[in-house]
Design a protein around this ligand. Structure first.
Ligand code: NAD
Length: 355
């Protein structure tokens, strides 16, 4: 891999390669853009097949965080780190303290948090070495109720754009994944009077949602073809692809899962079919808002209130899409880029950074 070419392609600021021989720690910290503030993004612990794969993942994820923070209106840039190895290994203190030292060495340009393969206990080890870590025990806590609240209000913004009213009572929503986000989203929708069709590969998770909301359960593969108004992906990424999109009978896709489009062109495909797609990183920004609240000492209620701004963010995305005659996933990117460019363009006299 030509690393500088990769950094130039998407304008990454910095990539730090980290090694601590005593415990075999290998890490990469990627900082994409700090125009809006310090780069915040979680630490992913994963057994990558090669160094190239690890770097590519770190670069891609870091850039995604820039866009997510920008559209959420937060004073944060985008970054992400990866630790290479078996995420079940037991010697966590050494690994995460080593990682924490490298995070500290960046002097606050990068703030880390949990991601795939890491837990609040791992963040506590990082915290022994640096204050530039969020998602700690006893602080902002489980982000999923806030994430789901943002997805819910975002779904209402999509309904308003599609049908002229944001009421969801009587609408049928097909929810894929009854885990943390899927559970909370289903309860919010049920409270408003939406009808629910749900699925999960874990029977116990389906049962919990069905009991709380009266949802009808369907097999995992059947969720795509449901005669529903809205499809809410809340499980895995890349589920909007060549095989699933032709099965969809819905008019809106709005859910909490990350990286729902298998490829960018699948966003175009949804648009061609008249299905309004609420770009995932705009709708699921509540999790990031929740940890941002931790940095700023917000209560859970304040984080919830702030997540309500996702309604207006998505309404703006749909307006830009209509204005520029582009699909919403491209409009979301444009909205993020416009905000970053506006802040970058401020004269030095107006320069003021808050966090
Ligand atoms: P979770 O692990 O609690 O729930 C995911 C659920 O999906 C599990 O119950 C799992 O059994 C189910 N699942 C897996 N494969 C499936 C399949 N093929 N069909 C149906 N169900 C399947 O995770 P979560 O925290 O609820 O996150 C869900 C999604 O939202 C993920 O993509 C995550 O990255 C994203 N997200 C979560 C948050 C958050 O605050 N938790 C924030 C932003 C984005």
């Amino acid at each position: 891999m030509d690393l500088f070419a990769a950094m130039k392609q998407y304008e990454h600021e910095q990539v730090v390669f980290c090694h601590e021989p005593s415990c075999g720690y290998l890490g990469i910290i990627a900082i994409h853009d700090t125009t809006l503030g310090p780069a915040l993004g979680g630490t992913r612990f994963w057994s990558y097949a090669s160094s190239d794969e690890a770097v590519t993942d770190a670069l891609r994820l870091a850039r995604g965080m820039t866009y997510k923070a920008a559209v959420a209106g937060l004073n944060l840039g985008g970054g992400k780190s990866v630790i290479v190895g078996d995420n079940k290994r037991p010697d966590r203190e050494a690994i995460f303290r080593a990682h924490g030292r490298f995070v500290e060495s960046l002097g606050g340009r990068y703030i880390t948090a949990e991601d795939v393969g890491t837990t609040p206990a791992d963040m506590a080890f990082i915290h022994f070495e640096t204050n530039h870590v969020v998602g700690l025990f006893g602080l902002s806590g489980d982000p999923s109720p806030v994430t789901a609240h943002g997805v819910y209000v975002g779904m209402k913004a999509a309904a308003k754009a599609k049908w002229g009213s944001d009421g969801l009572a009587g609408k049928t929503v097909a929810v894929q994944g009854c885990g943390s986000v899927g559970y909370w989203l289903s309860t919010y929708l049920h409270k408003e009077g939406a009808k629910l069709v749900v699925t999960d590969v874990d029977e116990a998770k389906v049962k919990r949602v069905a009991e709380a909301t009266g949802a009808r359960a369907v097999p995992a593969d059947a969720i795509y073809g449901q005669a529903a108004d809205i499809f809410a992906p809340c499980a895995l990424g890349a589920i909007l692809n060549d095989a699933t999109i032709p099965q969809l009978k819905v008019q809106i896709v709005a859910g909490g899962a990350n990286n729902q489009l298998a490829e960018e062109r699948h966003g175009d495909d949804l648009d061609r079919r008249g299905i309004l797609y609420a770009p995932d990183y705009v709708g699921n920004g509540g999790g990031l808002i929740n940890v941002y609240g931790e940095l700023n000492g917000w209560s859970k209620d304040q984080a919830m209130k702030r997540a309500e701004g996702i309604y207006e963010s998505l309404a703006t995305v749909f307006r830009i899409a209509a204005r520029d005659r582009i699909p919403p996933h491209q409009a979301a990117d444009r909205m993020a880029e416009e905000r970053i460019a506006a802040v970058k363009g401020l004269s030095p006299m107006a320069y003021r950074r808050r966090s």
